[in-house]
Design a protein around this ligand. Sequence first.
Ligand code: PAF
Length: 271
Amino acid sequence: MRETSRRHTAKDKSIGFVPTMGALHDGHLSLIRRAKDENDIVAASVFVNPIQFGADEDFDRYPRDIEGDREKLEKSGADVLFIPEAKMIYTDGFSTHVHVDALSDKLCGAFRPGHFDGVATVVCKLFNIVRPTRAYFGQKDFQQTVVIRRITEDLNIGVDIVVCPTVREYDGLAMSSRNAYLSPEERKSAGAIYRALQAAAAILKSGSGTVSESVSAMKSVLSAEPLISEIQYSGIYDPLTLAEAVDAGKEKLIAAAVKIGRTRLIDNILV
Ligand code: PAF
């Protein structure tokens, strides 16, 4: 991968990089297409990163479909596919981790301790191996994009981070590889997440509603859905610091994480 990257950059070619954990869907492919529009070469990686999963999470059953991924990437115009093995990424004696203070423990970080250290560490490693000009991430994982922007700036990584719009299903459900876990009934009820975000947005956008009215509207849509077994968080936040918002006005992040059965789903919108 290093050699391939060097070959292209020696010819002054820009490299757009899309890091993924595979089981690719249209959300990932929209990142590939955007990278294709903005760069000479598009590289994607598929690596289910063990250190960003907690002990009781879904690392073992995370969907894997390398042949399907390869085909989709080729059709979408990717030029390079990097599929490292875990033992190449985490060699014997591996002991360096990247931790981003303040941002990593909020929202999803409060429910997935160590998750963002795992993400920050592997993304730094992938950036060092691939040496891209730009890297592309989906807004669905909003907190991840904030953490990655922070490490890129703090560690002078010199990669432009491009955040692309969330791609949604017919009922607004954000595309995610984890949607494959949902039974047909669960899949139907998952549409409530986007409806809840929109209910909150409508109040904020009206200009007359408060943040707490907006949060209540979101919670009542989520609570009315019987298959949502847990609301981990649902609220309105400052998109830069991820702190809870207190007053309306300025750009806000409306975000939620819920469990439907054993499946944890997240989504957000910016208003
Ligand atoms: O968003 C993902 O798929 C992963 O968190 C990433 C960025 C590829 C790191 O493993």
